[in-house]
Design a protein around this ligand. Structure first.
Ligand SMILES: NC(=O)C1=CN([C@@H]2O[C@H](COP(=O)(O)OP(=O)(O)OC[C@H]3O[C@@H](n4cnc5c(N)ncnc54)[C@H](O)[C@@H]3O)[C@@H](O)[C@H]2O)C=CC1
Ligand SMILES: O=C(O)CCC(=O)C(=O)O
Length: 311
């Protein structure tokens, strides 16, 4: 029986890859090197990616033996799930692996934005001591608006409620909310929140959800945090809001294009930008890597199972 071939095209923890190597022929390819990826795919029974590999129709059509694409992580916006379905390729992800890490980063970004931490740190690093220039505001007693109340949104709510923030939520699909969390429409949430944080997927329906109109509704003293996906926020409109005093600050883990190149947002004093670090903890990567491997092996099991005996 042939050993299944698994392409790993983004970084996975070594012990998760070792577990896979024990039973599969594992081939590492850089998912950003399109040519190498396309060349490797015809032999593949499975493909494991994070967010660095774009699994579009061309990729799927090259992978004529492919049974499963595993996304070690949550967002499936880099996988053409409709084409996969049409070609009979199963797509799996690891929905619970990194929620806590993303929520913890979100709390860090909220604090960094309202307390101007990155600007203050840069200033001290440059030998300055400008205490009066970096006054911020407390979170206690302020309103937190969470857009998208799934796994990450709920973890963020628990953590920032402990800062004594009042929590509002907008999620048209969430059935249960919990105590001390109040549901509201998007415009109402934007109008009253001191911090708005996004925790919804990027889909055709949510692309550009936070545009010029929505930013204009927000308080000029408010901060916007995005650890969900670039493209949910209109970056040109955000730049305008931040440079005209319509919005106090923004903290961004994700960008419409990654890396964001020379995005003018990066040069703004009132922007805290980090390079898509939400899931970049040892714990989240280990959970996501092992869960992705477990799910791939479950999908490939029929390939390596002994042939049924006939009587
Ligand atoms: N920065 C990072 O490294 C990471 C980012 N993410 C992003 O965070 C997103 C959320 O992750 P999870 O909470 O695990 O997903 P989830 O699926 O548990 O929750 C998403 C929530 O968004 C809601 N939603 C969908 N459309 C909406 C809309 N138009 N308005 C308001 N709410 C809407 C859904 O009802 C759901 O409750 C992921 O889709 C992914 O893009 C996830 C993990 C790591
Ligand atoms: O896997 C990654 O590279 C980032 C994590 C992420 O964005 C996700 O899990 O949706």
């Amino acid at each position: 029986m042939p050993t299944p071939i698994v392409i790993v095209s983004d970084a996975l923890p070594g012990d998760a890859v070792a577990a896979l190597e024990a039973v599969c022929d594992v081939r590492r390819v850089d998912g950003r090197d399109r040519e190498a990826l396309l060349a490797a795919l015809p032999a593949a029974d499975a493909l494991i990616v994070r967010s660095g590999t774009r699994v579009d129709a061309e990729v799927l059509e090259h992978a004529t033996r492919l049974r499963v694409v595993a996304r070690a992580g949550v967002g499936l916006d880099n996988v053409d799930t409709a084409t996969a379905r049409a070609l009979g390729v199963t797509v799996v992800n690891t929905p619970d692996a990194n929620s806590v890490s993303v929520a913890e980063l979100t709390v860090g970004l909220v604090v960094a934005s309202v307390r101007r931490l990155t600007r203050a740190a840069r200033s001290v690093g440059a030998g300055e001591w400008r205490r009066a220039d970096f006054a911020g505001s407390e979170l206690s007693g302020r309103v937190l608006g969470i857009v998208g109340f799934g796994r990450v949104g709920r973890q963020v709510a628990r953590r920032l409620a402990a800062f004594d923030m009042r929590v509002l939520v907008h999620d048209p699909y969430a059935d249960t909310l919990g105590d001390d969390v109040h549901a509201t429409g998007l415009d109402d949430l934007l109008a009253v929140s001191d911090v708005v944080t996004l925790h919804l997927p990027r889909t055709p329906a949510t692309a550009g959800l936070i545009g010029a109109r929505e930013l204009a509704i927000m308080k000029p003293t408010a901060h916007l945090v995005n650890t969900a996906r670039g493209g949910i926020v209109d970056e040109d409109a955000l730049h305008r809001a931040l440079t005209t005093g319509a919005l106090a600050g923004a903290a961004l883990d994700v960008f419409a294009t990654e890396p964001p190149g020379a995005s003018p947002l990066l040069a703004l004093e009132n922007v805290v930008a980090v390079p898509h670090l939400g899931a970049s903890t040892a714990e989240a990567q280990s959970r996501a890597g092992h869960e992705a491997v477990r799910r791939v092996l479950a999908e490939l099991a029929p390939l390596s199972a002994p042939a049924p005996t006939t009587v």
